[in-house]
Design a protein around this ligand. Structure first.
Ligand SMILES: C[S@@+](CC[C@H](N)C(=O)[O-])C[C@H]1O[C@@H](n2cnc3c(N)ncnc32)[C@H](O)[C@@H]1O
Length: 263
């Protein structure tokens, strides 16, 4: 909404989200605010940005912003198993249709080695080996069907002190599964390259990330573009939310915003 306000009266916005529910909710909002004529909405993966821009005939693009990850609505209301505090089916699909890979499939059928690898790599979880082994042992007896089942398995796998730590012991494994289900890191790499190419000179690329794996990819991409003289990085250090913002929106606490201008 703010982008549309700032680009009034003629700026056009191409808004895309993988989750059809998010697109529908956004469409309602812009209709209520009489902004429909300046907005094109697309329900697709941002890794497809090159094709989408071409199909929708957007040219001379002055800015692209990506707000990565998942939304509060997806955590609280989608019923797709993003939260370890709820008891929901193990989907974790951002696109909302259970036809693609789901967390259920990963947890109940991937080999122990692969489980360990994604939990370690995407979750940066030091007990990845123990968790993967316990998942394999548990699913032999009974399928791990819901988030609650998975939390119980993780709690069984990790040492007592870790169970009582400030961060919930399932946090990292849930992050790993979500990244794997949605192929988030590969999609981000494709998006960055294609979004940068699509910008006009002096156009800006802004990315808000929510965990260190994403932020590292963004930081490295920006650095590479700077080194070959194709970009000026506007954020030497990433922008982070103020204490006030974190108070009013605790989920913003891990956000990091980086921006560049294309030369
Ligand atoms: C942090 S939320 C964005 C919230 C949004 N800025 C708002 O104010 O409502 C992240 C959104 O990105 C979407 N998303 C994540 N990965 C995506 C991808 N590869 N392609 C398209 N959308 C994606 C999610 O479905 C989610 O709705």
């Amino acid at each position: 909404m703010e982008i549309l306000k700032k680009t009034a009266p003629r700026g056009k916005l191409l808004a895309l989200d993988l989750d059809s529910d998010a697109v529908i909710r956004f469409e309602q909002k812009i209709k209520e605010n009489d902004l429909r004529p300046r907005v094109v909405t697309v329900n697709d993966n941002f890794a497809q940005i090159e094709n989408i821009i071409r199909e929708k005939a957007f040219v001379d693009i002055s800015g692209i912003i990506a707000d990565l990850g998942f939304s509060s609505w997806q955590i609280e209301e989608s019923g797709r198993g993003f939260s370890f505090q709820k008891d929901e089916p193990l989907l974790m699909t951002l696109d909302g249709n259970g036809e693609n890979l789901t967390a259920y499939e990963i947890v109940n059928s991937w080999p122990e080695d692969r489980l360990k690898e994604i939990i370690r790599e995407y979750g940066e979880e030091r007990f990845a080996g123990r968790i993967a082994r316990t998942i394999k042992e548990s699913r032999r007896r009974e399928k791990i069907a819901t988030t609650k089942d998975l939390v119980a398995v993780i709690e069984k796998a990790v040492p007592g002190a870790y169970r009582r730590a400030k961060i919930h012991p399932a946090t990292r494994t849930f992050q790993a599964l979500r990244i794997a289900v949605n192929d988030e890191l590969a999609n981000l790499r494709i998006f960055l390259a294609d979004a940068f190419d699509a910008l006009r000179p002096n156009g800006r690329l802004v990315v808000i990330s929510f965990h260190s794996l994403e932020d590292r990819i963004v930081k490295n991409f920006f650095r590479e573009k700077k080194q070959v003289g194709r970009a000026e990085v506007l954020t030497k250090k990433p922008l982070t939310p103020s204490n006030e913002e974190i108070k009013s929106n605790p989920r913003s606490r891990s956000a990091k915003l980086r921006a560049l201008t294309k030369i």
